[in-house]
Design a binder for this molecule. Structure first.
Ligand code: XMP
Ligand code: MG
Length: 186
């Protein structure tokens, strides 16, 4: 039984990730080992994308991890809940957030505001996927891999449906049957 319809194969994803890494390598070409680029992985969804792209980024870098949840029903106040924070002071550092998907943009908007308060030298974001027709905030990630149009709900390559299917090596749309079958799973 097939749980999903493939949208982007592992090979296609690899090409997109390489292209994003090329852009990042150009943009941060001046970064040194004395003040390396801080790459922040937003857990859980970005862990596979992060592990792939960091191995294609060939400039001095350190890795940090963060778990956040945004208050979707409280977006006017732009609050974010940091469940696990990074472990270093980013003041004066070049910081690049690596995120799986930019949907309404609320999560990233809140996160950028929070990290901006810590006075990094620069702060940008790289997302593998974006749903441009869904965006509700006035920001745009500096690096965008794939624009999903129409903005379908996707799974695989780190993205989940009720925590399942992160392990799929491709990006896919779950079938209606899959959505029904795993609806009650928490
Ligand atoms: P916002 O709306 O704040 O949402 O940009 C970003 C977060 O929502 C999750 N998200 C998805 N997760 N398939 C998923 O598995 C999707 O199609 C999808 N769209 C949004 C994701 O956690 C992301 O960080
Ligand atoms: Mg996420």
């Amino acid at each position: 039984m097939s749980f999903s319809k493939v949208l982007y194969s592992a090979t296609q994803i690899n090409d997109v990730v390489q292209e994003l890494a090329n852009q990042i390598n150009m943009k941060y070409a001046d970064v040194t080992f004395q003040n390396p680029l801080v790459l922040i992985c937003i857990l859980k969804g970005s862990f596979i994308f992060f592990s792939d792209i960091t191995r294609k980024i060939n400039i001095p870098q350190i890795h940090e991890f963060m778990t956040v949840s945004s208050y979707i029903n409280d977006r006017s106040t732009g609050k974010i809940n940091i469940l696990a924070d990074i472990t270093i002071d980013i003041k004066g550092k070049d910081v690049l957030i690596i995120e799986d998907i930019f949907d309404t943009g609320v999560t990233l908007d809140c996160l950028l505001k929070e990290l901006e308060k810590r006075n990094p030298k620069s702060l940008e974001c790289c997302v593998l996927l974006s749903k441009p027709t869904m965006v509700k905030v006035p920001i745009k990630p500096a690096f965008v891999g794939i624009e999903l149009n129409p903005p379908e709900f996707v799974i695989g390559y780190g993205l989940d449906y009720n925590q399942l299917f992160r392990n799929l090596p491709f990006i896919a749309v779950p079938t209606n049957e899959t959505i029904k079958l795993f609806k009650r799973y928490t």
